[in-house]
Write a protein that binds this ligand. Sequence first.
Ligand SMILES: [Zn+2]
Length: 374
Amino acid sequence: MFVAHNARFDWRFLEAECTAAGVPPLPPLSPGGKPLCTVRLTRRLVPELRRRGLDQVAAFFGIENPARHRAFGDALATAYVLRALLGRACERGVETLEQLIELHDRPQHRMRNAECEVRNIRGEVEPRANSHVNSAFRIPHSEVEHDDGLVLVDTGLGNKEDDKFKDIYGVANEGKGGRTQLEDALAELGYSPTDVRCVIDTHLHFDHAGGNTYREDGEGTVRITFPRATYVVQRGELEFARHTNERTAASYLPPNFEAVPFRLIDGEAEPLPGIRCLPTPGHVPYHQSVLVESGGERVCFLADLVPTSAHLPLPWIMGYDLEPLVTLESKRRLYARAEAEGWLLCFGHDPAVVAGRLGRDGKAFALVDPLLAG
Ligand SMILES: [Zn+2]
C-alpha cells in the first residue's frame, strides 16, 4: 500500500476514508514517523529535482503515465516511481526497510528548543529560524551557517531604547548572558558576535535592524554589534530611512543605521554564494527577502512581505504596509517561484509557525508541513 504521489492525497485522507467506511485505519508504513511518501523520498534521493510533482518525477525516471489524473494511471505511475526511488535508495546503500524508513524520516527540519534547524543533505549551509517569543510577536532574526562564516538575516530589536519605548511596543529584549536575546541565542549555538561575517538587513525598521548596533554601557556611544560582519542593505532602503516623513519616522531610528558601514546593493544580489537578496517591495519601497540555497534545498526568509502564516493568502496584507498593492504583486511574484521550486518559507513575526511550504487549498495558497515553534 502506498500513498499516491500527491501531497494532499496523503495518509490522513486514507485514514478518514477508512473511518468513514467503518474499516480500522491501516497503520502507516513508517512506524512512529511519517507515512512513507514518494514526495519526501524524492526530496531526499533526488535533491537536484526542483519540482517533485508526479509529472516531473515520472519524467525524470523516464516513466510513462498511461492515464494522467485517473486513479489507475496515477497509481501505476506512482508505483513505478516508488520502484525507481527504491532502486536509488539501494544505490545509496539502503538494504532494509528500517534503513529506508530512517532515510525517509531523517529530519530535514529539526526543532530544538525554540529554534528550527533546516538541514540539508550535504549540510554546507544550515539556516535557522529563531523563534524567541516576545510579547505577542516574534523578534525577527535568523542565523545561517555558511562556509564563509555565520550570516544573520535581520538583527531583531536590539536593546538601545528607553523604558517608555519598551512600554509602548510591549517589548523586552535584554539578554541573560549577552546584551540581547539574539546574543544569548548565538551563545547557545557556540558563537560570539565577532563570529558573524555577514548581516543582511531586509529593511531598517527598528524591530528588524535595532540589533545592528548597541550603546556602550547601556547609555553611551552607539557601536556596531557585529564588528567583523559586512552589513548588507538595499541602497534605496538606506536613503528611504534617512528621509522620513510623518508616517515613516517612528519606524526608522537613526542609531540603528547611521553608524553602520553598509555594503549597499541595488536590486537582486548574491552577497555570498548561495545567499540571494530578492527585492520584495510594498511594506516599504526597498524591502528585500533573503533566499538561501544549499544542497538542493531553498529556504526563504520573507521578513515583512509575509510577517506571519496568517498573511499567506495574497490579499492578507499588513496595515503597516506603505504600498499594499505593491506588496500584493511582490507576493504573487515570489509565490510563483516558491511554488515551482518548493521553497521552505520562514515567517519572521509568527509566534507559533516558524516555517512551511507553499501549497494550495483549492485556488488559494495554503501552508503545507508547518513547522511550529518549540
Ligand atoms: Zn517592517
